[in-house]
Design a protein around this ligand. Sequence first.
Ligand code: ACO
Length: 200
Amino acid sequence: MNIYGASGHGKVVFDILSSRNIQVDSVFDDNTEIEEFLGFKVTHEPNEHQLKAPSILAIGNNTIRKQVARRFTGLIAEAVSHSSAILSKEIELGDGSVVMPGAIINAGSKIGKHCIINSGAVVEHDVRLENFVHIAPNAVLTGNVSVGEGTQVGTGASIIPGIKIGKWAAIGAGTVIIEDIPDFAVVVGNPGKIIKYLNE
Ligand SMILES: CC(=O)SCCNC(=O)CCNC(=O)[C@H](O)C(C)(C)COP(=O)(O)OP(=O)(O)OC[C@H]1O[C@@H](n2cnc3c(N)ncnc32)[C@H](O)[C@@H]1OP(=O)(O)O
């Protein structure tokens, strides 16, 4: 399997693969100044042979991850999860998604493509995450929450049951969400309040 993204996030993806005894074939990065990553020579222009192995786009920024996904011509790997993550058998995990150490995803949840469920995050039952969502470390999404494409839920945030969060929103670290959140909103505090909107 290939890792696209020689970054801090890429290091955690590397650990996920190690925990499952999945061999890393190549590491890619667009930044030509990065030459080495965890003992691998970094490839800046992957060749056809390298692109035959499935790849994880290990890019933490949701917008950039989507841009790279749009132009990437290789195969996207099936979702991968760290061996310490607890995943119900009754979930769907989209291709390219990653589940970090200690995360929990409970029954009935559907996770889109290229999502990040970060360390220790809790995704409760019947949650829906669209593509390119990032649930940061220790955030808690309770039952029946839904999150639109590209939204980041910050570290330690809590979302009460049944809440709908729009697309490309940013939920601040430690925020407590008790009402639905529109697209592109930046929300902080307890209870969470919208402080601004991101550009489309
Ligand atoms: C493995 C990993 O590392 S995963 C990384 C996970 N990342 C995170 O969890 C980061 C989450 N991001 C945040 O919390 C950010 O602060 C954001 C997205 C909410 C806002 O970021 P910015 O748009 O840069 O806002 P900025 O820093 O200018 O703050 C705007 C105001 O909101 C306040 N604010 C920002 N974040 C928070 C927060 N989490 N809780 C409460 N208030 C906050 C600021 O104090 C500031 O208030 P002021 O106008 O009264 O001075």
